[in-house]
Design a protein around this ligand. Structure first.
Ligand code: LMR
Length: 397
């Protein structure tokens, strides 16, 4: 049976974790997978999460299945976090969350939903985008296309993006990154978003907004600005939300697909489809991470603590961005890499070539994704000079 099965290469991002683990150089630096690290190079469990988990141990009474849409309290609280506590959509019962195994699960559910319920629609991704977007939607059976996002000068090219969107087939799905664009870190301005919205309306596109980094860009509420604009202006919308980064729940696989529909009746129809599709994918979602999030968001004290912790992570990453540009200054490279301080979120599209990335890894034990994406959230202030030296060496020679 198995004789003809061939080996495929490891995941371009996750395999970096393994390669880093096997590197015995004490000066190794992991800027690969998108996880936040503290000054000790650890990915901490937020205190609010620990406290919520302690409470859960006391109050949890059963491990029986949660329903197809997951934890109802989690769904309500997360929808409020994404759409705003005062969202008219929520008041009108036009939006609902289906809990999924992480943001990736939400994307896959969205992909299967599109193939199943909106047959023939293609999906359009930014070039570049998170590599799993490419494979996941293709695996879900969708026709995948691209719109330009970054120009040859390694800067956001909004004009090219808008021009391409203007020519998309009517009714197709367009994937947009709400904030902290992965892999580039280049985000649209409010003015850009309004222009994109106009094209979406004119072409009757269905936006799928990937919202994996809420709270890592300009702030929890600020990062939701575009999502809320689209939710207010469009009758229909898909949003994938992840609690991996902002709650530090990575391995607990906690996320949701939030659907906004024209009316409450239609939402019920759509949710029946989602529950049926999810049943064939993972049956019912894992409970723990969602229960933790519901505990935190449903408790004023825990929520305040979490907001504080999230804000300090966000500010630390922003200061590392500035720090790296400063550390590059003595090498005469601060102008060339000035964009690192302007980008948002965990990632920076550095502009380093695949060859330079390879040299960084082989000669300096610095691990980043081959596209030149560096996870700035994996850095520490004490390592900035070391990184700047390594970058300078591969840039000069
Ligand atoms: C990343 O892009 O590094 C993160 O989204 C983690 C992942 O699953 O790839």
């Amino acid at each position: 049976h198995f004789a003809q099965i061939v080996r495929v290469p490891g995941d371009p991002i996750l395999s970096l974790m393994e390669a880093y683990r096997l590197d015995s150089n004490p000066a190794r630096l992991d800027l690969g997978v998108g996880v936040y690290k503290d000054a000790q190079s650890l990915t901490p469990i937020p205190r609010a999460v620990k406290l919520a988990e302690q409470r859960l141990i006391d109050v949890e009474q059963t491990k029986t299945y949660i329903g197809g849409h997951g934890d109802a309290a989690f769904g309500t609280l997360l929808s409020q976090l994404v759409l705003g506590a005062d969202s008219a959509l929520l008041a009108e019962q036009r939006a609902g969350a289906t809990q999924t195994p992480g943001g990736t699960g939400a994307l896959r559910l969205a992909g299967d939903f599109i193939r199943h319920c909106l047959p023939g629609r293609g999906i359009w991704l930014s070039d570049p985008t998170w590599p799993i977007h490419e494979t996941l939607f293709a695996e879900a059976g969708l026709k995948v296309g691209h719109y330009p996002y970054v120009g040859a000068d390694n800067r956001l090219d909004v004009e090219a993006m808008i021009a391409a969107l203007t020519h998309l087939p009517k009714g197709d799905v367009v994937l947009l990154h709400a904030c902290c664009h992965n892999p580039t870190g280049f985000d649209l301005t409010p003015r850009d978003w309004k222009r994109v919205l106009e094209v979406v309306k004119a072409r009757e596109l269905l936006p799928l907004i990937d919202f994996a980094y809420q709270g890592f860009g300009d702030g929890l509420e600020e990062d939701a600005w575009a999502v809320r604009l689209f939710a207010a202006e469009l009758p229909e919308l898909l949003i994938t939300s992840s609690c991996s980064k902002n709650f530090g729940l990575y391995r607990e696989r906690t996320g949701a697909l939030i659907v906004c529909a024209g009316d409450a009746e239609k939402l019920v129809d759509i949710r029946s489809q989602l529950a049926s599709i999810a049943r064939n994918l993972w049956s019912t979602p894992p409970a723990h991470g969602a229960a933790v999030v519901a505990q935190i968001l449903g408790d004023e004290e825990l929520k305040a603590l979490w907001l504080d912790e999230l804000e300090s992570m966000r500010l630390r990453v922003a200061s590392l961005r500035r720090g790296l540009v400063e550390a590059l200054a003595p090498h005469g490279l601060s102008e060339r890499f000035a964009h690192i301080a302007e980008q948002r979120g965990m990632f920076s599209y550095t502009g380093l070539s695949p060859l330079q990335v390879q040299r960084l890894r082989e000669e300096f034990s610095v691990y980043m994704v081959g596209s030149g994406r560096a996870n700035v959230a994996g850095l520490d202030a004490s390592r900035l000079d070391q990184l700047a030296d390594a970058i300078a060496r591969v840039c000069v020679n």
